[in-house]
Design a protein around this ligand. Sequence first.
Ligand code: AMP
Length: 214
Amino acid sequence: MRLIFLGAPGSGKGTQSKLLIEKHEIPQLSTGDMLRKAVQDKTEVGILAKSFMDKGELVPDSVMAGVIKDRLQEDDCRNGFILDGFPRTTVQADTLGNLFEENNLKLDAVVYLEIDQAKLVKRLSGRRICSKCGTEYHLEFKIPQNSGRCDQDGEELLHRSDDHEDQIVKRLETYNEQTLPLVEYYSKKDLLKTIAAEGKMNEITQRIEDSLNL
Ligand code: AMP
């Protein structure tokens, strides 16, 4: 199974794809996570990416092409994967299409998580993430048992530097300008599954599974 999860920042791509990969034993390829790791490790890509990420802008397509090409060649991708946060531009979608073609791979579907953007600023600014295992919490909707600590491993919860209001507004602008055109791009290819991404988490998961006949 090879899927793309598409949606605005905060639409639940990460959370929903994590639930699906656990059931289907395929990796979740989050370009955001890969870039944050590269920033932390101060690699060449990380140093370059940081300046764009801090401003809520997209990392250049040419850099992302290299990142995704390398990741798709790793062994764990052999039986499928969920792309979370890639592609984000039509140029990236073309790059991905070419990579699939070169490797005789088939894209099964693009899951588009549709959500009212007015709700996203609140969702994102309250988000907290475990510094160790990446589990997500929310100050209002998913409160940890011990304030500021992860329920799984007790590690500190972090507020992502781009989950502050100014950056969120900028990220949504970037999304609307550069990523939203992908809805039409994949709809024309008859690959789009549009999911209402509001309501309870398990209800959204069920809608995704139904749309994919899982
Ligand atoms: P995310 O965790 O998916 O919200 O990504 C965090 C940030 O990483 C984004 O705001 C971008 O700056 C950068 N980023 C992640 N994926 C991509 C991508 N496919 N293309 C360009 N920039 C990306």
